[in-house]
Ligand binder design. Structure first.
Ligand SMILES: C[S@@+](CC[C@H](N)C(=O)[O-])C[C@H]1O[C@@H](n2cnc3c(N)ncnc32)[C@H](O)[C@@H]1O
Length: 280
């Protein structure tokens, strides 16, 4: 859908995305945008801009990491993330995609149909069947060097997990993250006193009906200590609405009103520059 935005609002390009769209959804959206420019379709345009902002913030995290010398990326719950194919900055990096066998099977089939050979290494994992504590070993077997800096992207996943799974995941990620590693994750902010926005409540009801209820969120003030206890130092924690202000013209940024959906970036203790220099 982002390809239908005017140039000045396009923050990330995914030439593979459309091939993953479900036929019915694709036809329905196609029928709408055949009649109206995307920016004149309320709701849909806000959602596409929101996804653009989220994608761009994480793409920029990848670019900063590779610019500093990082060469390992783990996409935890990768889904149809095609960063391994679409970001030239990852050209000489090792990209590991961890996901459920069904999702990976579909992804491989779609990419094969497109004739796109992904350089990613697939690590097939069903979190309901195998303990997370075994995942660092599986990644090492797939070629990940746990002593080297790794950027782990955990996008669109934390909200579906229970607290024990969140805790186990952060510890497992830390186990494969050598000095200078980073974690970038999206999460929903819980609040003691602020109600969820109307849009967030509507989407929450929809995903619960679809059988994938949102279960988890952090109170942002509590996130630094939660991460610190698991070996991570919070470096940046930004609401999508704030990130949108940095990336889009003000009138468009206001459409991305999500203050309760956030992206957090955290570091493993040493800076990547130190870790990369030490290994040279
Ligand atoms: C909402 S998607 C996020 C995908 C991608 N990171 C993104 O942001 O587009 C959640 C992902 O978690 C994966 N997942 C759900 N349950 C899983 C399980 N039991 N084991 C492994 N992966 C699972 C799904 O296959 C899916 O790719």
């Amino acid at each position: 859908m982002a390809r239908l935005l005017p140039d000045e609002l396009r923050l990330a390009d995914d030439p593979f995305g459309e091939a993953f769209a479900d036929d019915l959804a694709s036809r329905a959206m196609g029928a709408v945008v055949d009649r109206l420019p995307l920016m004149r379709v309320p709701g849909l345009s806000a959602w596409v801009l929101y996804m653009q902002v989220r994608t761009r913030v994480l793409d920029d995290a990848v670019r900063a990491f590779t610019a500093a010398g990082g060469r390992q990326l783990v996409l935890l719950g990768a889904g149809y993330d095609c960063r391994a194919l679409r970001l030239p900055e990852l050209g000489d990096a090792r990209v590991f995609e961890v996901d459920h066998p069904a999702t990976q099977g579909h992804k491989k089939a779609v990419l094969a149909r497109l004739g796109a050979a992904s350089p990613a290494r697939y690590v097939t994992w069903n979190f309901e069947e195998r303990p997370l504590a075994e995942l660092p070993g599986a990644l090492a077997a797939a070629g990940l060097d746990p002593a080297a800096p790794t950027l782990t992207i955990w996008e669109g996943v934390t909200m579906y997990l229970t607290e024990p799974a969140i805790d186990a995941s952060l510890r497992a990620i830390r186990a494969w993250s050598g000095a200078g590693s980073q974690l970038a994750m999206t999460y929903f902010a819980r609040s003691r006193d602020v109600r969820l926005s109307l849009r967030t409540r509507a989407v929450k009801a929809l995903v619960a009906r679809a059988g994938e209820p949102w279960r988890w969120g952090w109170i942002p003030d509590e996130l630094p200590a939660y991460l610190r206890d698991r070996g991570w130092a919070l470096a940046r924690d930004v609401a999508m609405a704030e990130a949108a202000q940095d990336l889009l013209p003000p009138a468009r940024a206001r459409l991305v009103g999500a203050t309760d959906r956030r992206i957090a970036l955290a570091n493993a203790p040493e800076s990547i520059a130190v870790a990369v220099a030490a290994r040279a």
